[in-house]
Design a protein around this ligand. Sequence first.
Ligand SMILES: *Cc1c(COP(=O)(O)O)cnc(C)c1O
Length: 217
Amino acid sequence: MGLTEIQQRITAEEARVGRTLGSTRLIAVSKVQPLDRVVAVLDQGHRLFGENRVQEAAGKWPELRETYAGTEVHLLGPLQTNKVAQAFEVFDAIHALDRDKLARKIADQAQSSGFCPKLFVQINTGDEPQKAGVALGDTDSFVANCRAMDLPVEGLMCIPPVDEAPSLHFALLRKLAERNGLTGLSMGMSGDFEEAVALGATHVRVGSAIFGARVSP
Ligand SMILES: *Cc1c(COP(=O)(O)O)cnc(C)c1O
């Protein structure tokens, strides 16, 4: 599909549901993509990217950022506590804050760094046993704990179960965010970003629909 078409479809959906045009931020998910595809999207003027792994991002973004001013990179995948310090050097936002130990580690790092990336709490909206994310019923207490640690929680993030209608999960995430006074909603991927926009996503995470299919490493 490509960047331009995705941007157009987001704008069309914002218009259709009466949202402010441009109020959805498009995160181009560049994980595992060959560098030439990433550079092509940078050359089109796009400046917001998402990655899944600290190591992979650390190997490519510091240099690209020097060439392409204003670039923002968000971590979308799971974060190990021993990678938090490095994550602070590479990322502007972390979308998969999902456990107390990680929250504490981020709070410690923020103390010593003097800044903190923006944070999204990942919620396991389908309560799937194998999936990352805070259990649905623990959402309010987890967010409260993060606030008690002065963590800059901007919003919530979810990855709906593959076999269920994503809209139900997007609507649920929105309700949870509203209940907790959070404005950020990181939801929607290549297959369902329009539904996410319709339900108020502030950040959609689109990979393959922009860059083409990922070549498995
Ligand atoms: C890979 C990934 C995406 C993008 O997936 P596509 O289906 O390629 O759009 C979005 N969010 C997360 C957390 C991912 O890991």
